[in-house]
Design a protein around this ligand. Structure first.
Ligand code: NAP
Length: 280
């Protein structure tokens, strides 16, 4: 039996196992997807253990998308450009290669399901961590007119902006002074790429009156399905309000293709996610 899994801290919130196990079962593949919670100081040791144990593929989540790179044997071009890895393929000899499917997963959902093309549009991104790196890279490649970013760690934002300049020299890239400043330019697309909203005690980090009706609001958090940001955006009549479930589905579809070099049953994966949502 092939073993796949998610490494991160925390991982209990994740629906990745539900989605991938449904796909394995539908295709009759002898494989299982597990959640591996790894304490921050144990990443290197635990990752090496997983490789030794013959794990075939991993997803990587918060807070390891950047940290994991140093422990991998190879990194593909796209993940290298982004500077973050969310998918690892391990070959029969135990060699690991890092990929990133977050950006393409995000843009596939944004364009095909949401119907929003970022070309020529103003985007605002809260967070400059692993997920933000991937989705701002794809927004830059998609020729967004402006990309504004705010992270509590200003150095991270500055480094991300330097990366994005290489991908899209003509994009207008801005470091927002704070979360309110991020919304002051009245972006067409507002994305939360921080964990804010995952915990019940989380609340909005900007003035809600800054949310405008024309905005599409996309929260990468999907568990809970309704975050304070999404509740507020809906109440204020924003043009589109989406949680991270669509992105989760499409980044998972792309990861499945990398691991198994086969097309996954997207409808089965989507149905498994819908089912778990109705139960939560
Ligand atoms: P990450 O690498 O830890 O990045 C999060 C960033 O947000 C960090 O730089 C963090 O700074 C910053 N931050 C935290 N609180 C903030 C605040 N109040 N204001 C501004 N910035 C703040 O995490 P990640 O891997 O990018 O994941 C981010 C979120 O996206 C998680 O909830 C994850 O589950 C979700 N996600 C969803 C999908 C999907 O498919 N739907 C895919 C990827 C990620 P510090 O490090 O200093 O705290």
């Amino acid at each position: 039996m092939k073993i796949f899994g998610l490494i991160g801290f925390p991982v209990k919130h994740s629906y990745s196992a539900i989605m991938h196990n449904a796909a394995f079962q539908a295709l009759g593949i002898d494989a299982r997807y597990e959640l591996f919670e790894i304490q921050p100081q144990k990443l290197e040791v635990e990752l090496k253990n997983k490789l030794k144990q013959g794990v075939s593929g991993l997803n990587v989540t918060i807070p390891y998308k950047e940290k994991v790179i140093q422990f991998l044997d190879h990194i593909d071009e796209e993940a290298d450009l982004i500077g973050a890895v969310n998918t690892v393929k391990i070959d029969a000899g135990g060699e690991s290669t890092g990929f990133n499917t977050d950006g393409r997963g995000f843009i596939t959902h944004l364009k095909e399901a949401v119907g929003f093309d970022p070309k020529g549009k103003a985007a605002a991104v809260l967070g400059a961590g692993g997920a933000a790196k991937a989705l701002t890279a794809i927004l830059a490649k998609s020729k967004a007119k402006t990309i504004s970013i705010f992270d509590i760690d200003s150095q991270k934002t500055k480094e991300l902006i330097e990366r994005l300049k290489i991908i899209c020299p003509q994009c207008l890239l801005k470091e927002a002074k704070d979360a309110n400043d991020l919304l002051s330019g009245e972006p067409d697309l507002l994305i939360n790429a921080t964990p804010i909203g995952m915990s019940k005690s989380d609340h909005l980090v900007f003035d809600p009156t800054l949310l405008q009706k024309k905005m599409v609001v996309y929260d990468l958090v999907y568990n809970p399905a309704q975050t304070p940001l999404l509740i507020e955006a809906k109440a204020r009549g924003c043009a589109g309000v989406f949680n991270g479930l669509g992105m989760l589905l499409y980044q998972g579809v792309l990861a499945f293709r990398i691991w198994l070099e086969a097309d996954p049953p997207i409808d089965v994966m989507e149905e498994a996610l819908r089912e778990v949502l109705t139960k939560t």
